[in-house]
Design a protein. Structure first.
Length: 295
């Protein structure tokens, strides 16, 4: 699979201590694809740079950075069919982990060098005018992510969130919540909600499995509660539960309307995007990723 013009959008604050251009030049120097690079300074730059690159004839958009940078670029690529190649350079790299892309720059570009790539059409989520590839965090988990994510995510991935959630169960601050899936409506209570489009797990390297798939036409909503029983369940899960879905009460649909007794903050792929009430919808087969061909 040959591309003529790769345009890399790089976040200079991404994980590595090495200069971004030097790292990219070392990793991409041996490929026969013509490439250039633009650098972001703030969220929103990635979308603008992606649009400009596509207008200028790029047929492949590379993203060097973490999940926030990928989310930013996503807004500039959608709704075109130009593929995105993730050049792992961030700390969390949840998308790379879920897609089986090596989480270091040399490994993540190998399939570009040897031509062993495939196009993967995946779903994305939308809330208002914001898109998300991985997840929405709603309510108390927003505080947890902001407080814990930077310190935990580099070495623990999905376990950072489970660990932080287990800590949060000691705070009995649940809210009344209404969830409408357009086929059913129910009332419940929770301190936080997660809406996932993609797992944070590389299942080829983990015994902790999941049914959350980025191309199944469904969003997966999980309720996080603050009672003692759930706390015990979460603690036990860290030892013996093998499926993410077994940790929390879950619902699956292509649309959710979420209303809460008091407004809850919302993050889309780790970036602030308002507060409840919100309407969340799935856009099926909306974006193309270029990933290693493992078949």
């Amino acid at each position: 699979m040959q591309f003529k013009r790769l345009h890399v959008i790089a976040n200079p604050a991404a994980g590595s201590d090495e200069a971004v251009l030097a790292e990219l030049n070392r990793a991409l120097g041996e490929t026969n694809i013509s490439w250039n690079v633009s650098v972001t300074q703030a969220y929103g730059d990635g979308a603008k740079l992606a649009r400009k690159a596509i207008e200028d004839g790029a047929d492949l958009i590379g993203v060097y950075g973490g999940d926030g940078t990928i989310n930013d670029v996503l807004h500039g690529v959608y709704p075109s069919d130009i593929p995105i190649a993730i050049l792992a350079g961030g700390t969390g790299n949840g998308a790379a982990r879920a897609l089986g892309i090596p989480r270091h720059i040399e490994g993540s570009v190998k399939h570009l060098k040897d031509g062993n790539s495939r196009r993967l059409k995946i779903d994305i989520g939308r809330v208002g005018d914001r898109l998300f590839l991985l997840r929405l965090d709603i309510g108390k988990i927003v505080e947890i992510v902001e407080e814990h994510e930077r310190g935990f995510k580099k070495r623990l991935g999905i376990w950072s969130y489970i660990h932080a959630l287990a800590e949060s169960f000691t705070s009995p601050d649940e809210s009344d919540i209404s969830i409408n899936t357009y086929t059913e409506k129910f009332q419940t209570q929770a301190s936080a909600i997660m809406v996932l489009n993609m797992s944070h797990l590389d299942q080829t390297q983990s015994d902790f499995t999941t049914d959350i798939q980025p191309d199944d036409g469904l969003l997966d909503l999980f309720l996080v509660r603050s009672n003692i029983a759930d706390a015990a369940k979460a603690a036990a899960a860290m030892i013996r539960v093998q499926r993410f879905e077994d940790l929390f009460e879950s619902y699956h649909a292509d649309q959710f309307v979420i209303e809460t007794e008091t407004p809850m903050a919302v993050l889309a792929d780790g970036e602030p995007c308002g507060q409840t009430p919100i309407e969340v919808e799935l856009i099926s087969q909306a974006v193309t990723l270029l990933v290693p061909n493992t078949e």
